[in-house]
Write a protein of this length. Structure first.
Length: 335
């Protein structure tokens, strides 16, 4: 349940004694400067000598700037998806990786490749979004029908469903000689990003604006179905709407970048630990920390074995799995 519990007026349906945590604090300003510093480091990290070559300036704007922008947009998208998903399910251990959403997106990409031999990026995005939405709704329906007594069981079941979907994707890939497409998708790397290959990620900005507009309704939905209905909120519509936003964000990232595990688990848990569960005031922090986390992982991936590059999903998955274990142990201690 959210930490910031409000006392509601049944006539006005507005909180009487609820004070939102402040956004523009000294810590937030410091965080902006840190993320800005990471962006500058990302711009000037790489094997190609942009200062010593004649076409260095052109390469800077063709590769470095699009890559850094893609990192920031992707970090915001996946962190936001995890936060909204945790709020809807009232479970801090869920995010697109632990609910099978990202595996459903991969299955959508495979089916698009089956139908269209050389699909455009728009077609790949459409397939990933549709399958992400369907898979996430299946997961939610399963949770509503099965009474689970432990919050730890929820992500375990989600990962089991994701493993089944991943196995189906692998089988289809092997049967139709598409294994290379699956392997490329699982890499989750920003290395191919350049101008002309990342622009669809700007859709994430529109999704984030819509999430901010519906933030209060999603926060109330996070209090539970009975509470939401008593306050005049159509719970099912808000859940479908939130799931649609998640599916769009995950689908766009899956089509353009690939699989990025555990980012939606790390950032929302850190923010909620210190600021509670008010979605509207947490979103700016989640965006900032998501951008900073993925840029830091990408910088490590580019420098750890330079001049070669490690997929950022490897660094991100290692960090995320450690945080996931820490959260599991923390919940066990509380019980």
């Amino acid at each position: 349940m959210p930490k910031n519990k409000a006392s509601f007026n049944t006539q006005a349906d507005k909180p009487q004694s609820f004070q939102r945590p402040k956004i523009w604090t000294r810590s937030f300003v410091i965080a902006i400067f840190i993320v800005g510093a990471l962006a500058v480091v990302s711009l000037f990290t790489g094997v190609y000598d942009i200062q010593g070559q004649e076409d260095g300036v052109d390469m800077f704007f063709i590769t470095r700037v699009p890559r850094t922008l893609a990192l920031m947009l992707t970090g915001a998208a996946m962190s936001m998806s995890g936060l909204v998903m945790q709020l809807i399910t009232q479970n801090r251990l869920v995010e697109p990786t632990t609910t099978g959403t990202i595996e459903w997106a991969g299955l959508g990409l495979i089916f698009v490749y089956l139908i269209f031999p050389a699909p455009s990026l728009m077609l790949r995005m459409a397939g990933a979004i549709i399958f992400s939405f369907v898979g996430t709704m299946i997961f939610y329906l399963f949770l509503r029908r099965v009474k689970l007594h432990s919050s730890i069981i929820v992500p375990i079941i989600g990962m089991m469903l994701g493993a089944v979907i991943s196995a189906i994707s692998t089988f289809v890939g092997l049967a139709f000689q598409m294994s290379q497409n699956i392997e490329t998708w699982f890499m989750g790397s920003f290395a191919p990003i350049q101008i002309g290959r990342y622009e669809y990620l700007w859709i994430i900005v529109v999704i984030n604006i819509l999430i901010f507009i519906f933030a209060d309704r999603l926060t109330i939905a996070g209090l539970g179905e009975d509470t939401a209905k008593s306050l005049g909120i159509n719970y099912n519509v808000i859940v479908i709407l939130g799931t649609g936003f998640i599916a769009m964000a995950v689908g766009v990232v899956a089509a353009v970048i690939g699989n990025l595990p555990f980012l939606g688990l790390i950032v929302p848990n850190i923010v909620s630990m210190y600021r509670g569960d008010d979605l509207k005031t947490n979103l700016p922090w989640v965006y900032l920390l998501g951008m900073g986390t993925i840029m830091l992982c990408d910088i490590i991936s580019r420098t750890i074995i330079m001049p070669f590059e490690v997929p950022v999903s490897l660094i991100l998955g290692t960090m995320g799995s450690i945080v996931f274990i820490i959260v599991l142990l923390k919940q066990r201690r509380h019980r």
